[in-house]
Design a protein around this ligand. Structure first.
Ligand SMILES: Nc1ncnc2c1ncn2[C@@H]1O[C@H](COP(=O)(O)OP(=O)(O)O)[C@@H](O)[C@H]1O
Ligand SMILES: [Mg+2]
Length: 279
């Protein structure tokens, strides 16, 4: 189901939580450049526009990450995800506001790689415990993972209630996603038995090609029950990080933005959220 609403109509929608249980969506693929960060920012911004209190955690040590896109609004030197993972800070202390109302971020720097070098004991369950301890003013956590199965990714997958697999329409991205089956199986078996695959996002796709159609069909079979959603190619998606705005602000009338509004809308019931009807 695809909705064609005007940008103003999309913004008027409101969403509420139906229960106190945590909602934590991790964006994953073992390959970089598969649209995880782009999807994380747009879903987070759309939910925030609908009145959901969102916290986005940046789990990628690359410079080109959600921290670059939506920088924390505070002076340098504050704690980041690294400090949380090393036990020197709580997630609350590392959480900062962004320029987007209702959307806060736990930023990361390239130093996040130290986690895998120092291997702090207990990191598997650390983020789950941190989010559990600080959920009073957060409705949805969005977890933007790194393209590797390092300790931060494992900690995110243990904390998550849902994952969305992101991929571009390329065979390599598809293979990167297929490689998730084994680690996701182990995560479910050992650490997080109720982790659900909510969506497969075909980011930056040209829906008309034979390859995108055949991937789409394979994905529907391989991820039964998951939403398979296509996002069209747009140069605006490549420009938006440079102006530090989500697409709903930077390119409100572009088809890529409409596709992301629709993805966020489709995710709403899967995250146990509901639409508010009436004033
Ligand atoms: N719909 C799209 N159209 C065009 N380019 C896109 C689109 N989505 C993502 N990109 C570009 O693809 C690259 C990788 O996307 P990104 O979200 O950073 O992936 P990841 O977080 O998985 O590494 C970026 O340069 C981004 O601007
Ligand atoms: Mg990324």
């Amino acid at each position: 189901m695809t909705y064609t609403l005007t940008p103003a109509r999309w913004r008027e929608l409101r969403v509420y939580r139906t229960a106190e249980t945590p909602r934590r969506l991790a964006l994953i693929n073992r390959k970089g450049g598969s649209g995880k960060t782009t999807t994380a920012i747009q879903v987070a911004a759309a939910l925030a526009a609908w009145g959901v209190r969102v916290r986005l955690t940046d789990g990628d040590p690359q410079f080109a990450s959600s921290t670059y896109w939506l920088p924390p609004q505070r002076p340098a030197g504050y704690p980041t995800l690294l400090d949380v993972m090393l036990g020197d800070s709580s997630i609350r202390e590392a959480t900062a506001s962004t320029t987007v109302p209702g959307l806060r971020i736990v930023p990361s720097l390239d130093t996040l790689g130290r986690v895998d070098a120092e291997r702090p004991p207990g990191s598997d369950t650390l983020l789950r415990d941190e989010y559990d301890d600080d959920q009073d003013d957060v409705d949805v956590e969005i977890l933007d993972a790194a393209p590797s199965m390092g300790l931060v990714t494992v900690s995110m997958l243990t904390a998550a209630t849902h994952v969305a697999v992101c991929m571009k329409t390329s065979t390599l991205d598809y293979v990167g996603a297929a490689e998730l089956a084994k680690p996701l199986g182990l995560i479910r078996k050992r650490l997080n038995p109720t982790l659900e695959t909510a969506a497969v996002v075909m980011a930056d796709t040209d829906g008309g090609t034979v390859l995108s159609r055949s991937l789409d069909e394979r994905l529907v079979q391989e991820y039964p029950g998951a939403l398979v959603h296509q996002i069209p190619h747009s140069v605006r998606a490549q420009e938006a990080p440079g102006v530090h705005q989500p697409l709903i602000d930077y390119a409100p009338d572009n088809p890529v933005t409409a596709a992301y509004w629709n993805l966020a809308a489709a995710v709403v019931p899967r995250l146990g959220l509901a639409w508010k009807v009436g004033p």
